[in-house]
Structures are given as C-alpha cells and as structure tokens.
Design a protein around this ligand. Structure first.
Ligand SMILES: Nc1ncnc2c1ncn2[C@@H]1O[C@H](COP(=O)(O)OP(=O)(O)OP(=O)(O)O)[C@@H](O)[C@H]1O
Ligand SMILES: [Mg+2]
Length: 264
C-alpha cells in the first residue's frame, strides 16, 4: 500500500549530539510531513545546522534515530543522499568554484552517476542519453530560476542573489522528495525574497521542505509547521500562529544577546 499523505516523510527521535562538553542537541524529536514546509528556528548556536547535519548523515548522533520514509537513515554516505531522495543547501553557498553554473547544477542532479547505472547494466548506450537528459534538465531549471543566460559563467562572477539561485537549482536538480534549506534567505532582500518564498511554496507541492531561517517574515509566511530550538532542545513546536504566541519562544530570542554586525 502506498504511504498515506499523513505518514511522515522523515522522523527524528531522541537525537543527542555532543561536541566535547557541549550538548549541541539534546533529545531532539521532529516529524516532517510530505508536501509541507517545516520551519526550524532558534537563536544563533541553537543547534539548527547540527540537526541538518544529523538529518543528512554528516553528523552521527551519540543517541537517537532518524528515519526517512519509515527506514532508518544510518550508515549511508552523505553523497548518496541524492539517490535516496534528499537534497540540501548549505549555510553559505558551497558552490563548486571551478565549475560553471550549469555544471554545478548537473552535479546536483547526479553526484555519483546514478542515472548512468541502467545504461551500464543493459549496455544499451544509456550513458550518453542520460548525460544529455541531465544537461537538458539542468538547463530547464536554470531557465526556471532566470539564470539560463549565465549557464556558462563561474558562480563567483555573479551577484550573490544569483549565486543563491544556483545553489537552490542545484539542490532541486536531483528532484528530491525532501529538501533541506539552511538559511536560503540570508543576504537576500526585496524581490529576491519574494521569489524565494514563491519557490519554497511551489516546491512544497511535490516535496517536503525543511527551512532553517532567521528571516521571521519568510518563516511565518511559508511554513505549515515550526520547530523552535534553544540550546539544543526543542522548546516549542506547532503552527506559525501558536509559535508566535508562545512566550517561551519570545524569551529564547530576547534572552540571547543579539549579534550585532558591529564590523569588528
Ligand atoms: N563541529 C563542531 N565542533 C564543535 N562545536 C560545534 C560544531 N558544530 C557546531 N558546534 C557548536 O554546536 C552549537 C550548535 O551549533 P549550530 O551550528 O548547529 O547552531 P545554529 O543553530 O545553526 O546557529 P546559527 O544560527 O548561528 O547558524 C554551537 O554552540 C556551535 O558552536
Ligand atoms: Mg546554522
């Protein structure tokens, strides 16, 4: 039987991560529904990126489990994620600087040559066909993101907002079922932010999206469900209105010194 719309896409339970004496995550649980946007928020250092790293197998928790589509997510290599159906973007850009925009997106579609396998097995010359298919798919994504005209440029030559689009296009190239976005709005403003909100909403029609963001307007606008971390613990979880009204959330933010960009 096909999974019902209500069965979670990903679940984490009891996840605990320590770095030396620091508890980065303590007994964290999380349930990500398909075709929805789950916001993951909290002050600087709350553990958001660490949780992303656990959900993507980059960091192995000392305790706890993560399941994806009902199966334990463990023992896999981070670069195999795309073939499982999971894509992420990184805090910062993490683009391949010596590759063109187009190649960055092609790599996102097929980091390990997954699509070549059927051709190799059947000996029907699938390799070239798949290469062409990948390039076509990547180009279509660039067009969708309005960056087809810079397909052959190196990412670093582009304005930051366009580089962020390349990173997003790369994550979507593998046609994931789960998309994890770590601060996709950082450095964006105005029309770029509105475009990002539209992209996130569009994505959630076909995949589960997890959004780590400090940009609260965006979070409240696009999220169906929000999980709030503070000092590595989940302090609140619910729909945007409930999270906004929770005094513990306000206290977590107010109780943490805001990092000013004092330029020092
Ligand atoms: N590899 C590491 N080694 C040691 N400590 C780490 C490591 N990664 C993260 N930490 C610490 O774990 C805590 C959680 O960090 P994390 O990066 O997950 O926070 P965050 O919520 O993503 O913060 P931000 O909003 O600033 O990105 C912080 O105290 C951080 O210094
Ligand atoms: Mg972070």
């Amino acid at each position: 039987m096909a999974p019902t719309a209500s069965s979670p896409l990903m679940e984490a339970e009891g996840v605990t991560v320590r770095f030396g004496g620091l508890a980065a995550l303590s007994d964290v649980g999380l349930s990500i529904a398909p075709q929805s946007v789950t916001g993951l928020i909290g002050p600087n250092g709350a553990g958001k990126t660490t949780l992303f790293n656990v959900l993507t197998g980059v960091v192995r928790p000392q305790r706890g489990t993560v399941t994806f589509k009902g199966r334990p997510l463990r023992g896999h290599r981070p670069h195999r994620l795309a073939s499982l159906g999971i894509s992420r973007t990184f805090q910062g850009l993490n683009l391949f600087g010596l590759m063109t925009v187009l190649d960055n997106v092609i790599v996102g579609a097929d980091p390990l040559g997954r699509s070549r396998l059927p051709g190799m097995l059947t000996g029907l010359g699938g390799y070239e066909r798949d290469e062409r298919e990948l390039a076509d798919r990547a180009m279509a994504l660039l067009e969708e993101f309005g960056i087809a005209d810079v397909a052959h440029a190196l990412p670093a030559t582009l304005p930051y907002g366009l580089q962020k689009r390349v990173a997003l296009a790369r994550a979507l190239a593998a046609e994931p079922e789960l998309l994890l976005l770590d601060e996709p709005a950082s450095g964006l403003s105005g029309a770029d932010l509105a475009d990002l909100a539209a992209v996130i909403r569009r994505c959630s029609r076909t995949m589960g999206v997890v959004l780590v963001e400090h940009h609260m307007d965006l979070v409240m606008d696009v999220c169906d469900h929000i999980v709030v971390l503070n000092f590595g613990r989940v302090i609140c979880s619910g729909p945007p209105a409930a999270v906004q009204a929770d005094p513990a959330v306000a206290e977590a933010y107010l109780g943490t010194p805001v990092q000013e960009d004092a330029g020092d």
